[in-house]
Ligand binder design. Structure first.
Ligand code: FAD
Length: 371
């Protein structure tokens, strides 16, 4: 019997694995893909995570992340405004970062099984049974759900958000282009918004949240980009001038920002599995890392195989998670209304241009303090 199984090896799963293995627990992390791999993400990480990553010796200095200090917003028309970022952030690809953290987790003593997709999880007699391909089963006292925004497991757990279809798609490219290395830009287009910022090796991440209906209408990603994204002159010029480095962009659909529960059927949910913030906040990765810190702190505090109070752990985690993240997620959902439409994107640009303090407040509400 394992102490802990972590389902999913993104940021939340890997950070939980590093901390819990380092605390001496027997940790198995199951990841359905093989590192390194690309995933849809803007790859801008808020600096609020820096002290914590340094404290667990997991800040990726060796990957030479970019340092990002300024924010530019453009409306669908191309009107633009720029402001400094109070806290700022850094840019590094998930391809490199997740691989780096996987190595770090193995070094901490976690067992990592890649290309292993969890099929189901059940809880009985105070322990979990996790089913893997070929009907292999593994038992554990605790299971952390860190399998991202949406997975088949959510259906099995009958989580309410899985019933609703989401109108969004996410698309990521890597490019080489002449663009400042310390700026993150967010460009509106009808139905969505597209971020650009630098990652390692002189590459830039170009990632957008678009609409499934528009993809259906235009029939392909390329046609949709040409007809919809290029209505914003900044995006038109970016596509004209950039060298695109992937054969095909990374694409995902069914991105739901609906509220979720942090504990379901005794599984402790971490990162996007507990709740996904809208990407315009540039804060989902910091939240995934922070939620893993909160959860692993509580597990380390509570977990004694002989006298373990499961319901105290679950209650404390649910309330700590809600206190830290529920308001941020709400502000993120509502701020998203200012994006992806002609008039409201103009209002957003005016907000950044004329009312720095109001724009700053929205940013502060969607971000946490450094931890
Ligand atoms: C378009 C878009 C842009 C974004 N841009 C940014 C940004 O610039 N900055 C930012 O901070 N955040 C951004 N985010 C949010 C950020 O990507 C997520 O919040 C972050 O990746 C969450 O990490 P996680 O560990 O919870 O999940 P993930 O990184 O999704 O990891 C989940 C892992 O679980 C694995 N998995 C799934 N099912 C199973 C299974 N059954 N068995 C085993 N493994 C499984 C997956 O393969 C995956 O590796 C963006 C999101 C979107 C959609």
């Amino acid at each position: 019997m394992k102490d802990i199984i972590t389902i999913g090896g993104g940021l939340a799963g890997l950070v939980n694995a590093i901390r819990l293995a380092e605390a001496g627990l027997d940790v198995l992390l199951l990841e359905k893909k093989a590192y390194p791999f690309h995933r849809v993400c803007g790859e801008y990480i808020s600096n609020e995570v820096v002290p914590f990553l340094e404290s667990i010796n997991a800040f990726p200095y060796e990957l030479e992340p970019s340092s990002i200090r300024e924010f530019t917003l453009t409306a669908c028309s191309g009107a633009s405004a720029t402001m400094p970022l109070d806290l700022g952030g850094f840019g590094v690809s998930r391809y490199a970062l997740d691989h780096f953290l996987c190595n770090r987790a193995q070094q901490a003593g976690a067992e990592i099984r890649q290309q292993t997709s969890v099929q189901s999880v059940s809880f009985k007699d105070d322990h979990f049974q996790v089913t893997l391909p070929q009907n292999e089963t593994v038992k554990a006292r605790l299971v952390i759900g860190a399998y991202g925004k949406r997975a088949r497991l959510d259906k099995q757990l009958a989580r309410p958000f899985i019933q609703q279809r989401s109108p969004y798609i996410g698309v990521k490219h890597h490019v080489r282009v002449d663009f400042p290395d310390d700026v993150i830009a967010l460009h509106n287009f009808p139905g969505g918004y597209c971020g650009i910022s630098r990652v390692e090796d002189g590459r830039y991440n170009v990632c957008y949240l678009g609409s499934r209906a528009q993809l259906r209408k235009y029939g392909s990603i390329e046609a949709m980009e040409e007809k919809v994204l290029h209505q914003n002159p900044f995006l038109r010029n970016l596509w004209r001038d950039a060298e695109f480095l992937f054969d095909q962009p990374e694409v995902i659909n069914e991105i739901s920002f609906a509220p979720k529960q942090p504990v379901v059927n005794h599984i402790l949910m971490s990162g996007d599995t507990a709740g996904l913030i809208t990407p315009l906040c540039g804060n989902g990765m910091a939240m995934a890392i922070h939620s893993a810190k909160i959860l692993s702190d509580l597990i380390i505090q509570h977990y004694h195989p002989s006298q373990f109070n499961r319901s105290a752990l679950e209650d404390q985690y649910a309330s700590a998670w809600k206190k830290q993240f529920a308001a941020r997620l709400w502000v993120g959902r509502n701020a998203q209304r200012l994006f992806g439409a002609k008039l409201s994107s103009e209002i957003g640009v005016q907000l950044v241009k004329r009312w720095h303090s109001a724009a700053r407040s929205i940013m502060q509400y969607t971000h946490g303090e450094p931890f």
